[in-house]
Structures are given as structure tokens and as C-alpha cells.
Design a protein around this ligand. Sequence first.
Ligand SMILES: Cc1cc2nc3c(=O)[nH]c(=O)nc-3n(C[C@H](O)[C@H](O)[C@H](O)COP(=O)(O)OP(=O)(O)OC[C@H]3O[C@@H](n4cnc5c(N)ncnc54)[C@H](O)[C@@H]3O)c2cc1C
Length: 60
Amino acid sequence: MEPHSDHHYQPGYTLVAAGIYQPSDVVFPEADLMKRGVNWIKDSVSAFDPENNRLQISSS
Ligand SMILES: Cc1cc2nc3c(=O)[nH]c(=O)nc-3n(C[C@H](O)[C@H](O)[C@H](O)COP(=O)(O)OP(=O)(O)OC[C@H]3O[C@@H](n4cnc5c(N)ncnc54)[C@H](O)[C@@H]3O)c2cc1C
């Protein structure tokens, strides 16, 4: 579950602020970071029910 298409390498933000990195240096396509075999549900969790091992997603 991940709603965003981009991953931000947050520690790199400090180098963007210092002018060493460009903003584009710390943003990567989320799809490139997904482990093979993962079924990516591109949506947000809106509620969870741990006792029944269930999630509710925003689009449902
Ligand atoms: C300037 C800066 C410097 C840092 N330096 C370091 C460092 O040197 N070393 C270090 O260890 N850490 C560092 N950190 C911290 C580190 O980047 C964070 O602790 C880490 O990214 C947190 O990972 P996380 O997966 O918990 O959260 P995140 O990286 O925020 O990921 C949470 C993910 O959950 C998704 N999400 C949110 N809500 C929902 C929802 N309802 N349903 C589905 N998905 C959802 C978001 O889209 C996001 O992709 C730094 C952070 C910053 C800002």
C-alpha cells in the first residue's frame, strides 16, 4: 500500500537546502523500489481492523 508515485530520500533534503543537491536528486520512482513480487495497491489506508487482519482503503 502506497499512494504516492515518488519516493523522497529525506536525509538528502539537507543537501538540497545547502545547494549541493538538486530537488530531483532526492526523488525516485516508487515503482523502482518495489520488491519483485509485491502487489502494489496505489491507495491510502483509511482504517484498519487488526483483530480481523483487515484494512480499509480510500477508494473502497
Ligand atoms: C532532513 C531529514 C534528515 C534525515 N536524516 C536521517 C538520517 O541521517 N538517518 C536516518 O536514519 N533517518 C534520517 N531521517 C529520517 C528518515 O528519513 C525517516 O525516519 C524515514 O524516512 C521514516 O521512514 P518511514 O517509512 O517511517 O516513513 P516515510 O518515509 O514517511 O514513509 C511513510 C510512507 O507511508 C505512506 N503513507 C502515509 N500515510 C499512508 C496511508 N494512510 N496509507 C498508505 N500509505 C501511507 C507515505 O506516502 C510514505 O511513503 C531524516 C529525515 C529528514 C526529514
